[in-house]
Write a new protein. Structure first.
Ligand code: PPS
Length: 568
């Protein structure tokens, strides 16, 4: 097809080698030093190779990186707001030098591209964080310090294979493919909408009005690479978008997925998103309230002003080559039974809104979500993903000293829940786990942590799949318990129960004779005697077994579960 591809900086890049070149390069790449790309790097490389990041021809060199940080421009002056760098570990960096070529591989070992290293440096991460994002509550800053490697490699890429995707293939287009579709359909003016959330009626209204306003076709291009940690997975979102596109007039709107790794960089990110959409052939880009903002900072304030992104877009309007369609928040006006931009609401009119938190509460409790807020197909899709609490998976995590009564209560609870029926339940008792999952482990801090993490992993899988996991290890360390909670809480319920029977009582019971042995020093590192037990700070329930039978303890837990909505 003879078309003039639109691209930032002039030419739409395609960094893939042709078949013949790729065959030769693949052969020679077998002997090259290899770097296994992280998920974020896979997202970046896909858009580098297919031209989504035109005019970039690889990961940034130090000169481009410094210039982007200081001036929002590449070293040659082209507008570019976001660093696109290949971070590697110190150990790997020691094995390569400028002038080397390295093979970049995906998680399965497939060579995606060869990087010809032109630049290698240790970045000042604090400077990058400050210039691009702000304080350390920002998710990208946490990524930068906790996950990203300490050394950056820059250089041109030679693409060998496209990163593979097995899901929603029909909805994935490269910039060239999308531009070819637009050309074939006669779409000249295209307004793009970016999102990382499910879309409801307000978004449909906003995008439809934006397209009407500039008399353009509409491209809904949600991000499916990496979004803010904790966001709804893209599988559920895309099914929602598929329902939503049916709400627009025929032949006006299309859905295409963007494998971008977002940084949540607010204004800079908005400019970056616009450039990417330009590379996908769009002429207009919708920028709404708090575009790509990450929420609150460590002082509890929004990181960026609500319309900072629009201001920055305006600053570069002349050279961007894609026009902004600014949009305000849309709200539902009850008297008019329609959506309106918030500024056009008249005094005295009743505005209805359901916040994100309220929406999640209603899903969790199985409550009504009104038609004016969303489409029933979209809500049903989200109800499937987020069933009401009593249909969700759940982990009941006991912690307490040896002999405190954890296993007995856990067993009583298991039997009572089994009697009720209807749920699949697994008991991961401390002793049983030690015999099966963790038979090679001892009781050092490192081994205990590993043991608890294994229990947490199994419980997280059970919870994710809708079952109930009852865990009953000592789990003496606060930080490890916190990690387990974090691993599970976003997948379903997590209830921590401290079986707070005192050391004196546990020792006087000494059912297995272990305390006596610990006192004599025969058993080392014994919790409560020669190893610490860190008391939970905010467990959902505290039970002292003195004066409380196992039946009573299990009943208290059942009532707690009922109170929290996990059983009905
Ligand atoms: S941990 O700390 O959570 O990994 O411990 P856990 O897997 O629950 O294992 C505790 C059981 O192992 C026995 N045992 C010890 N406990 C604590 N400290 C030491 N050094 C130790 N050595 C063996 C003990 O029987 C624990 O079982 P319970 O049922 O808690 O009494």
């Amino acid at each position: 097809m003879q078309i003039e591809y639109r691209a930032h900086g002039g030419e739409l890049k395609d960094l893939y080698l042709n078949l013949e070149e790729a065959k030769i390069a693949k052969e020679s790449a077998k002997n090259l030093n290899s770097w296994d790309l992280t998920h974020r790097q896979i997202c970046d490389i896909e858009l580098l190779l297919n031209g989504g990041f035109s005019p970039l021809e690889g990961f940034m060199s130090q000169a481009d990186y410094d210039s982007v940080l200081d001036n929002m421009r590449l070293a040659d002056g082209t507008l570019w707001p976001m660093p696109i760098t290949l971070d590697v570990s110190n150990e790997f960096a020691e094995t390569v030098k400028t002038g080397d070529s390295i093979a970049l591989r995906d998680e399965e070992g497939v060579i995606i591209a060869i990087l010809d290293i032109e630049s290698q440096w240790t970045p000042d991460k604090a400077r990058e964080a400050e210039k691009i994002f702000g304080d350390d509550a920002h998710p990208a800053v946490s990524y930068l310090f906790k996950q990203a490697g300490d050394v950056y490699l820059g250089g041109k890429l030679r693409g060998l294979s496209e990163p593979s995707h097995y899901d929603f293939k029909a909805l994935r287009d490269s910039p060239a493919e999308l531009q070819e579709k637009f050309c074939k359909w006669g779409w000249k003016k295209i307004v793009a909408f970016q999102t990382r959330n499910p879309m409801h009626r307000a978004h449909q209204e906003l995008t439809f009005r934006a397209a009407k306003q500039v008399e353009a076709n509409l491209l809904i291009q949600p991000v499916v690479g990496m979004t803010k940690p904790g966001d709804i997975d893209h599988f559920s979102r895309v099914r929602c978008y598929e329902h939503l596109v049916k709400q627009y007039p025929e032949q006006t709107t299309m859905l295409s997925l963007l494998p971008l790794a977002m940084r949540m960089g607010g204004p800079r990110e908005a400019v970056w998103h616009a450039i990417i959409r330009k590379n996908y052939g769009c002429t207009h880009f919708i920028v709404g309230r708090d575009h790509a903002g990450p929420g609150k900072n460590s002082q509890g304030e929004d990181f960026y002003g609500a319309y900072d992104a629009q201001d920055l877009m305006n600053r570069f309007a002349d050279e961007l080559g894609i026009e902004m369609v600014p949009f305000q928040m849309m709200v539902y006006v009850e008297e008019k039974a329609e959506y309106q931009p918030i500024d056009s609401v008249e005094e005295g009119q009743n505005v209805l809104n359901i916040s994100g938190t309220e929406f999640r509460r209603r899903l969790a409790e199985g409550l009504d979500i009104p038609e004016w807020f969303s489409y029933s197909e979209v809500v049903n899709e989200l109800r499937r993903r987020y069933p009401a609490r009593h249909k969700q998976g759940l982990t009941i995590f006991f912690t307490g000293l040896s002999g405190s009564g954890k296993s007995t209560i856990a067993n009583a609870l298991l039997n009572k829940l089994m009697e009720t029926g209807g749920r699949s339940i697994t008991l991961l008792d401390g002793d049983v786990v030690r015999k099966n999952l963790s038979s090679e482990l001892g009781f050092s801090k490192e081994h205990r942590n590993l043991n608890i993490q294994r229990i947490g992993y199994v419980a997280s899988e059970i919870t994710k799949n809708g079952g109930i996991a009852i865990c009953a290890p000592i789990a003496p360390y606060r930080e490890t318990r916190r990690q387990v909670r974090e691993m599970i809480a976003h997948l379903g319920g997590f209830i921590e129960i401290h079986v707070a029977t005192s050391l004196e009582v546990c020792e006087s019971r000494d059912r297995k004779g272990l305390y006596a042995k610990a006192r004599e020093g025969i058993i080392k590192e014994f919790t409560g005697i020669s190893d610490p037990y860190e008391v939970p700070e905010n467990p959902e329930l505290v039970i002292d077994t003195v004066g409380c039978t196992p039946d009573e303890a299990a009943q208290r837990i059942i009532l707690k579960l009922e109170n929290l909505g996990y059983i009905k």
